[in-house]
Design a protein around this ligand. Structure first.
Ligand code: TRP
Ligand code: SF4
Length: 523
């Protein structure tokens, strides 16, 4: 460990070793309950990547990143790279207007604002079609809640001039894109991802493709660019489907190849190995032949699984004297004839053209990918980057258990009267010991404490040192729960007061914004 005061405070909850033992199968249900019993399973079973691994490359990371509240991601690296290199990138998230915005939503509001402050093209949407179809809310209720979400987002610092606010029901481009993307997904797929069945409303299904369109929207509203979707891990099924559907619309695929024949990724690794070892077997070392590589691999690759080795060897033997030569291969997946022609034309340097792919010998992978994207967009395609995501931990409810919108004492609404909010903090469960003596002796359990979570997720703001101090004092037995909660309650009251003042300021200016908060829809 380095200097303690400089490092972020310990993470507040969840994903601990003890919890990891529970054998219950984990499912992610976007319309289900909002607890994720074991964050580690998300990495192992769902392939979500650890945020920690790329924290270092994030320029000036947000405190939610530093404190491990943002714990996972899919493919966020291209977004960070764009951010670091001053290239275009986008962020988008959506809110179902089913109740009051609360301190859990604030995490996402803050994440969007952070990306906006770093130069991103940022979108926040009201998922009113989803709320209506999947949750059965009336349009009048939706309007009221939509206004509250928008006001809190603005009060926290979202810049509506630089960014975009929209509601699904009013965004024709999103609905058109949803229709097009719906062509790339079928019922069996929705059935296996979401558990839909014969009883599922058609409009509920439509709200899924609408979300796919939301997720891709920043790339059609402007140009294709790396885009991140900050959400809770319950939304991961949507993110995965969106990544698949976006990929299916692409005209071209870009891969690496070593000879004219096709190879799987595993086979390619073996081919790369043979190419790298060419000095050891090739008669002319700058021109290794496929047959020579076959003979080499047969002996040298004894560590590799038999069927894999055999299939590579066979392909190499069939290719005979053809030289083994690395190249970038651009495959025609969905392109029109004109687009494929244009792509061939656009490839610089040595190339070989086949029926459904072109091999480029002088392009690197990145150049080829960007060329393919440009040609696709010029010929009417979307050229989507696969949307990325970042995931935050859910907050524990103040009464222990999960934070639930239907249990007011379990969460703090951004609309709670400041004194009532403070009282909820005072009444919260803690990680404290039975008596003050025990607390002094053993220290409190900050890791299990919803009040410490409030400090870490919200009340400490950007001040890591303060959060760490609370933690250390707690676990060392220097902090007693009564005082600790009183301090947290004061901070919460001050936060709510200020937040609501800002909301009130924005309330008068809402009419001037581009978003319509009075729907003409009925029921
Ligand atoms: N389904 C999300 C929710 O339940 C809301 C949503 C709609 C959304 N479209 C989105 C979230 C796009 C992220 C990105 O809260
Ligand atoms: Fe929680 Fe504070 Fe008590 Fe520690 S002292 S257990 S952080 S309330």
């Amino acid at each position: 460990m380095t200097d303690e005061s400089a490092s972020p405070p310990p993470r507040p909850d969840g994903g601990t070793e003890e919890q990891a033992t529970d054998a219950e199968a984990l499912t992610l249900d976007p319309w289900g309950s909002a607890t994720i019993a074991d964050y580690r399973k998300l990495f192992d079973e769902f392939g979500i990547e650890q945020f920690e691994d790329l924290l270092e490359s994030v320029p000036n990371p947000h405190y939610l990143m530093r404190r491990g509240v943002i714990f996972g991601h899919r493919d966020y690296r291209p977004v960070i790279e764009a951010m670091a290199n001053d290239e275009p990138f986008a962020a988008l998230s959506g809110f179902m207007p089913t109740g009051d915005p609360h301190i859990g939503h604030k995490l996402v509001f803050d994440e969007l604002i952070w990306h906006q402050e770093r130069g991103g093209d940022v979108y926040a949407l009201i998922a009113d079609l989803e709320a209506h179809a999947a949750r059965g809310l009336s349009w009048a209720d939706i309007d009221e809640h939509a206004r509250d979400y928008v006001l809190s987002l603005l009060a926290l610092g979202f810049d509506p001039e630089a960014g975009t606010l929209y509601r699904q029901s009013e965004n024709r481009a999103v609905q058109d894109l949803a229709f097009e993307l719906g062509i790339e997904a079928n019922f069996s797929e929705l059935e296996s991802i979401y558990g839909f069945d014969g009883e599922t409303d058609v409009s509920h299904m439509q709200s899924v493709v609408t979300q796919m369109a939301d997720i891709c929207y920043p790339q059609i509203a402007d140009e294709p660019k790396p885009t991140v979707i900050p959400v809770g891990p319950d939304q991961d099924p949507h993110v995965r489907l969106a990544r698949d559907v976006a990929a299916r619309t692409r005209y071209f695929g870009v891969t690496k190849a070593y000879a004219s024949f096709e190879a799987t990724p595993a086979e390619r690794t073996l081919l790369a190995r043979a190419y790298d070892a060419r000095d050891q077997y090739a008669e002319e070392s700058d021109r290794p032949r496929c047959v020579e590589a076959a003979t080499y691999l047969e002996e040298a690759a004894s560590d590799v699984e038999d069927t894999l080795r055999a299939s590579v060897v066979e392909k190499l033997e069939n290719a005979g004297k053809e030289p083994l030569r690395p190249r970038v291969r651009i495959l025609d997946r969905n392109a029109t004839e004109e687009a494929f022609e244009a792509l061939i034309e656009a490839v610089d340097g040595e190339k070989r053209v086949f029926a459904a792919h072109v091999d480029a010998f002088d392009l690197d992978h990145e150049t080829a990918a960007s060329l393919a994207r440009t040609v696709e967009v010029d010929h009417g395609g979307y050229g989507f980057y696969p949307p990325a995501s970042i995931y935050h931990r859910f907050m524990t409810g103040l009464t222990g258990g999960k934070m639930s919108s239907s249990v007011p004492a379990s969460h703090i609404s951004l609309l709670d009267d400041p004194e009532a909010g403070a009282a909820k903090v005072e009444a919260a469960t803690t990680g404290g010991r039975e008596t003050a003596e025990l607390q002094r002796e053993l220290g409190g359990e900050a890791d299990e404490c919803p009040v410490y979570e409030l400090y870490a997720y919200l009340l400490s703001g950007d001040d890591d040192e303060f959060a760490r101090e609370v933690y250390e004092e707690c676990v060392n037995g220097e902090r007693l729960c009564g005082d600790c909660k009183a301090q947290a309650a004061d901070l919460m009251e001050a936060f709510l007061e200020e937040h609501q003042e800002r909301r009130a300021e924005w309330a008068d200016r809402l009419d001037a914004l581009d978003i319509n908060l009075d729907s003409t829809r009925k029921r």
